[in-house]
Design a protein. Structure first.
Length: 337
């Protein structure tokens, strides 16, 4: 039984579709709308299929004395800025995902025409928010990092029919062994929804370029990786982020991994190397009975149609030649009586 596939903007996500690459901006824009616009362009140029923005209001997300309150407030865009940024993202040709944390942000993103919503892993046990996001009628990507099965099933029930799971370690930077890529296929089979990897490995490591490619080769329907214009600034989300040029290399590796994996349409566009054919060991006259001693097996010119294979020698031995067969000539059915 196949998992469902559904549209995410002009793209599709799910089994039988190419792995969807999502560039997650996070708060790499630092509260600067112009920087957010540059990140959209960087994601497009790097080969991403979609771009994701967390849209939030710090006052609705964290308590006043939360240690990250000031940092989140500094990274917050105004409603007017979000409309400009999300509108530009829609105009870029990328699918647009809004990771929202409250209904006001949901309404703002929906009005801007985003293609899908995303729920943060910490909101998997917030059914009211999940139902509010699902009520928009748009696909919902559920962050399910390390969640227990009952909670995942409850969240999927709240999310509706066009839901997908986004799994991966919750904290960045993550060690390679924390990814547990081999579980991607089993999770998709268990929950019967498209399943993808949120990759929080160190953006400065070589493995960060490889991990999404490995996930795609193991059947991930989509991958999400953070992008930042400048990793040296070490902003809130910098640890797992890739610089644009590295994001491009990551996408290139992922597409090559997909090609190497092959699929239902065939292993390769190239013609496979062919084996030997039955050829005449010497001149066989017309009407002569063909014996095993008069046959040899050789590779023949690939520009021409292959003759009978060695395994089909029993179809040749004991029959008469319908015409003279020259030495080293490939033997075919129409040469035999």
């Amino acid at each position: 039984m196949k998992t469902g596939a559904f549209a995410l903007g002009s793209r599709r996500i799910g089994e039988g579709e190419p792995c969807l690459v999502v560039a997650h901006v996070g708060t790499a824009h630092g509260g600067d709308a112009d920087a957010a616009l540059h990140l959209i362009e960087a994601a497009f140029q790097a080969g991403a299929d979609a771009v994701a923005f967390p849209v939030f209001r710090a006052a609705d997300l964290v308590a006043r004395r939360h240690p990250q309150r000031a940092e989140l407030e500094a990274a917050e865009l105004s409603a007017r800025e979000w409309k400009k940024v999300l509108g530009a993202a829609k105009g870029s040709g990328l699918a647009v995902v809004a990771e929202t944390f409250d209904t006001a942000s949901r309404d703002l993103a929906a009005e801007a025409g985003v293609d899908a919503f995303q729920a943060h892993p910490t909101d998997l046990d917030h059914p009211e928010l999940l139902r509010a996001l699902a009520a928009t009628g748009r696909p919902l990507l559920l962050g399910a990092c390390g969640a227990e099965e009952p909670l995942v099933r409850e969240a999927l029930a709240a999310a509706g029919e066009t839901a997908a799971l986004l799994v991966g370690p919750p904290l960045a930077p993550a060690a390679p062994e924390e990814l547990r890529l081999a579980e991607l296929a089993s999770l998709r089979e268990r929950y019967r929804v498209p399943t993808g990897l949120l990759d929080p490995t160190d953006g400065g490591s070589a493995f960060a370029l490889l991990a999404p490619a490995l996930a795609a080769a193991l059947g991930a329907d989509f991958v999400e990786k953070r992008i930042a214009l400048d990793r040296t600034r070490k902003s809130r989300d910098w640890a797992a982020a890739l610089a644009p040029e590295d994001f491009y290399r990551m996408v290139e590796l992922l597409r090559q991994a997909e090609q190497a994996r092959g699929g239902a349409e065939g292993h390769s566009r190239r013609t496979p190397a062919r084996g030997r054919s039955i050829v005449a060991a010497g001149l066989i006259g017309r009407g002569e009975t063909i014996t095993a001693e008069r046959l040899v097996f050789k590779r023949t010119d690939e520009r021409f149609e292959r003759g009978l294979a060695p395994a089909e020698a029993h179809r040749v031995i004991g029959r008469r030649a319908a015409r003279p067969i020259q030495a080293d000539e490939t033997i075919r059915e129409d040469m035999l009586e």
